[in-house]
Design a protein around this ligand. Structure first.
Ligand SMILES: Cc1cc2nc3c(=O)[nH]c(=O)nc-3n(C[C@H](O)[C@H](O)[C@H](O)COP(=O)(O)O)c2cc1C
Length: 208
């Protein structure tokens, strides 16, 4: 689909059909999401794909009654690292060393620079920074899905602490950021017919 056609076609789905997105399509969307740019490339987030229906039902109790967390084809939970900047930087630098086939010891100066630059604030602010990075990835996923004719609904209407508990995220040094349900719209979902409420470019863009 052309970009603007896809962005007009997509909407925040309220009711999904029972159809399941093929594995190869999901794999491409996950890859598209992982190609999202992030601050210094550090990608301080991970996605949890929840396949188990019984786990989804537990998450429903923390989802403001939005049963699409159970009924959608794929449920992705964006999580961010709580482990601190050194852990985030080291995870990335190991990947950089691996991909570039270079010794990790050669990256010591870069490591020190990153920790000095990004670590000069309390971990709560590092986590906030990580959430902002995760939302860029979410946006990329929503657009990638739309151009692939896959329906989505991003979801902030959740209790993140409840998600953390159900998914055991504390033990993984992760915390819930935002959720994305994916699948195919139910033909009975009237929200698909609603006009887009958006500001015109003239009210949205200010030129100076
Ligand atoms: C970060 C974020 C969180 C959202 N949370 C929810 C949600 O919990 N439930 C829901 O039905 N829609 C949710 N939405 C969808 C918005 O309500 C929707 O995108 C907006 O009203 C514009 O409508 P449209 O996406 O259908 O064009 C969320 C959207 C974003 C970007």
């Amino acid at each position: 689909m052309e970009l603007l056609d896809a962005l007009n076609w997509r909407y925040a789905v309220k009711q999904f059909s029972e159809d399941i997105i093929p594995d190869a399509v999901i794999a491409n969307l996950i890859r598209a999401t992982s190609l999202t740019p992030s601050c210094y490339g550090l990608q301080p987030y991970q996605i949890i794909q929840v396949n188990d229906r019984s786990v989804r039902e537990k998450l429903l109790t923390h989802s403001w009654g939005q049963d699409k967390v159970v009924e959608c084809s794929h449920l992705l939970v964006f999580t961010v690292s709580t482990a601190g900047i050194e852990s985030i930087v080291d995870r990335y630098l190991h990947q950089q060393a691996h991909i570039n086939d270079e010794a990790i010891s050669e990256l010591e100066d870069f490591r020190a620079y990153l920790i000095r630059t990004l670590g000069a604030k309390p971990n709560e602010q590092v986590i906030e920074w990580a959430h902002r990075q995760a939302y860029i990835a979410l946006g990329n996923l929503l657009t990638s899905a739309a151009v692939s004719a896959i329906d989505t609904c991003p979801m902030e209407g959740i209790d993140a602490a409840g998600f953390d508990e159900v998914l055991g995220l504390q033990a993984l040094d992760l915390t819930t950021s935002v959720v994305c349900t994916l699948g195919y719209r139910n033909t009975g979902d009237k929200h698909a017919l609603k006009p887009k409420i958006r500001f015109a470019n003239s009210d949205f863009l200010r030129e100076v």
